[in-house]
Design a protein around this ligand. Structure first.
Ligand code: ATP
Length: 382
């Protein structure tokens, strides 16, 4: 069983702490995506799992066995990197067979059979006699995968394996990799800085920042219930809107807006004065108005100006400012349907339902309140 247990893993390079006291349990057959911004320690974590880096402190177990002092060849892992590192002078067949180099227990014919079996699974049988420079990026990627999985390892470790591919191929390979992982049923740790890959591919996501684990959970749990502002901002594209201000007796007061915090939000934020409101772009409703009238607005509505509209076809990203805001930056981004047309420079009424609001402690970044989801009980007093 290929479960992985990482206990209090720390890895330092001189004065730099690349991984800081990371503890993470990954179940057998799970697809875990390790995600975070550049330099957060993802690759170092993966390299420690692989045995390519020694750990400064902490313990790593794979299938219950202590790994700290084992060389990579004795960890029963297979790695796929961003740079596929195929051998240019070998054919596809030779490259895949190379993955069996260290394996005992295969006859010459057995090795050939195994290579053909893997090539068939990956749909590259007709490429077996080609050299890597005669393959497209996606085909090279499949060969690299083939070389990794031919040994039937306990664990796959993948470091940005799709980042050299163009957007369309990347999307195709995402689906393919997921299907393969299910078929082979191998515990997989997949490193990426791309939150779309993390959301779409994983059973669970582990978000790292500055060497520290921020949160681990199922993709939608992270999306709807981030434990801190960093996770709220990192997961989701366009990112969550943040507005910082004060909690004044249950009303959020920012530079440009006042927003009553209703019912259970008020309870959750009581005792914290510096707070940040978080709202996802799809949770801001906007409606065009020709004769703006402040006095007719509801408690959770504001007049805003459309500064820029980015059409994406299926949806539009509408950048919004408050009318009296002279700052260069847009304050909010709203997501609308592709056929909802808003003119640059026009005025809109923006409304945010209190059920969709997140509130973070402005100093620690900790989530004080997360939005309601369909599975939550209905909010009362709203
Ligand atoms: P990226 O997405 O850019 O690859 P990452 O999240 O994978 O980033 P790491 O490569 O794990 O980040 O690096 C974490 C930190 O450790 C960074 O500050 C990096 O500069 C540092 N680091 C990594 N490898 C070494 C090394 N061999 N020597 C010194 N510092 C290193």
């Amino acid at each position: 069983m290929g479960e992985i247990n990482i206990e209090n893993l720390t890895k330092k390079f001189g004065d730099t702490t690349a991984v800081d006291n990371l503890s993470l349990d990954i179940a057998d057959s799970e697809f875990l995506v390790l995600v975070g911004p550049s330099g957060c320690g993802k690759s170092t974590t993966l390299r420690c799992l692989a045995g390519l880096e020694t750990v400064t402190s902490g313990d790593i177990y794979i299938a219950g066995d202590h790994m700290n002092y084992r060389v990579p060849q004795n960890r029963d892992i297979a790695m796929v990197f961003q740079d596929y590192a195929l051998y240019p002078h070998m054919t596809v067949r030779g490259n895949i067979k190379f993955g069996l180099e260290e394996e005992d227990g295969y006859t010459k014919e057995g090795r050939e059979e195994r290579v053909e079996e893997i090539a068939e699974t990956l749909g590259i049988t007709e490429l077996l006699d080609r050299k890597p420079d005669e393959l497209s990026g996606g085909q090279q990627q499949r060969v690299a995968l083939g070389r990794a999985i031919v040994r039937d390892p306990e664990v796959f470790l993948m470091d940005e394996p799709l980042s050299n591919l163009d957007a369309k191929l990347r999307a195709e390979m995402r689906t393919e990799l997921q299907q393969l992982q299910h078929r082979f049923d191998v515990t997989t740790v997949y490193v990426t800085h791309n939150q779309t890959e993390a959301m779409t591919m994983s059973d669970r996501i582990a978000v790292m920042n500055d060497g520290e684990l921020q949160q681990v959970g199922r993709p939608l749990d992270l999306y709807h219930a981030p434990e801190n502002r960093f996770v709220g901002g990192f997961i989701g594209e366009p990112m969550m809107n943040f507005v910082t201000g004060r909690n004044e007796n249950g009303t959020f007061v920012g530079t440009h807006l006042e927003y009553p915090l209703d019912g259970d939000i008020r309870e959750d934020v009581s005792g914290t004065s510096a707070v940040t409101l978080g709202v996802r772009p799809e949770d801001i409703d906007i409606e065009a108005v020709t004769n703006p009238d402040e006095s007719s607005l509801g408690d959770h509505e504001f007049l805003m100006h459309v500064s820029v509209v980015e059409p994406h076809g299926d949806q539009n990203v509408v950048h919004l400012n408050f009318p009296d805001d002279t700052a260069e930056e847009d304050l909010l981004q709203a997501l609308t349907g592709g056929t909802d047309i808003f003119e640059q420079g026009s005025t809109v009424v923006a409304s945010v339902d209190p059920r969709d609001v997140h509130v973070f402690d402005a100093e620690s970044g900790e989530a004080l309140h997360n939005r309601r989801t369909a599975t939550d009980a209905e909010v009362t007093n709203v």
